[in-house]
Design a protein around this ligand. Sequence first.
Ligand code: PLP
Length: 406
Amino acid sequence: MADQPAAPSLLARIARRTGTPVYVYSAAAIAERYAAFTAAFGGYPHRVHYALKANSTLAVVRLVRALGGGVDANSGGEIDVALRAGCEPRDIVFTGVGKTPAELEQAVGIGVHVINAESLGEIERIDRLARASGRRAAVALRVNPDVAAGTHPHIATGGRTHKFGVPLGAAADTCRRALALDGVRLCGLHVHVGSQLGSSEPIREALGPITALAADLAREGCPLQHLDVGGGLGISYDGSDAPSVTEYARAVIDAVRPTGLRVIAEPGRWIVGPAGTLVASVVDVKDRAGGGRFVVLDAGMSELLRPALYGAFHRLEPLEPGPGTPVACDVVGPICETSDVFGAERLMPVPAVGDFIAIRDAGAYGAVMASNYNRHPLPAEVLIDGDGWRVIRRRQTVDDMVGLES
Ligand SMILES: Cc1ncc(COP(=O)(O)O)c(C=O)c1O
């Protein structure tokens, strides 16, 4: 697996040309990871619907599309991006805990592959919209399995008190009521227990009762076709062993095979996370009270929110390290928030102003969460493809930023 998708020398060359901060993705790493993910399911009937929320830059979506992937869209905006990237409506599953009337109308109108519905109320709204336009919308019910994901609490989604889906105990009845509606065609069940899962155990635990529910519904004559197992497979951010995709796929197949249902999988982070690096420049270096140094970058939580949002760890690598002995450095962003820290007490030769620092494994939940906080323009994005590279999103300008304002 391409754990080191872009060599330091190439990243430095790109950063000198584009300026920093810049996200750099490797098309080869994305392709390799996509291939490994789908291969892990072997001959078992399945389709990968890449979770756009992880990274929906058009060129990345086009690449996944070219590899044969469908997408999991979480908003009307993501549906639009998928269509612009060349996806057909049948390539799109539409998920999301709060779909607006306009988004539902859009999804029903174009006829997405399936809408993952979050409540009976939402199914009834889909039914009304579909009947009003003489259609029948494909719907899967998102079930909340009440499983501890063992991940950061902000990205665990399958607990009893979480806002996602309908409780397991209410799922059968919700399905029966959906079956009575002429505007919807109930074709699947959906579950997603959380993101950055460290093992397949929570998936295995969730799929037990969900497959039992599918079997009960089949006995009642409910024509389910697929089980959407969501995303969630974690990656290694610190260089330790990553959870195995083979083991993950085995857990899914072992659970789903007895039902005979097709699998839909919605991986995001696993496909693009390790394929992306954020490159920043050092803008200041100063002593830190108590020893060590502060290394201040031109990228902060406005470019990569994960450390401030979840205390997430990213490997930090000087691209052209000097010869000095390693010193404990707090690598921080320039934003006026004390939480704007990429890494505390990281041992590295003290960098100089102007040096490049690579923030690794930033391909997922990086650029998509970037903001204009402190009026930072959104960073540039680059795709390394074959022997070349190209800018796939130019850096935002202040004119772009204020262009919507009066
Ligand atoms: C419903 C659903 N599907 C898929 C994903 C993608 O998860 P991941 O990027 O961890 O694979 C998420 C992310 O939270 C999600 O909420």
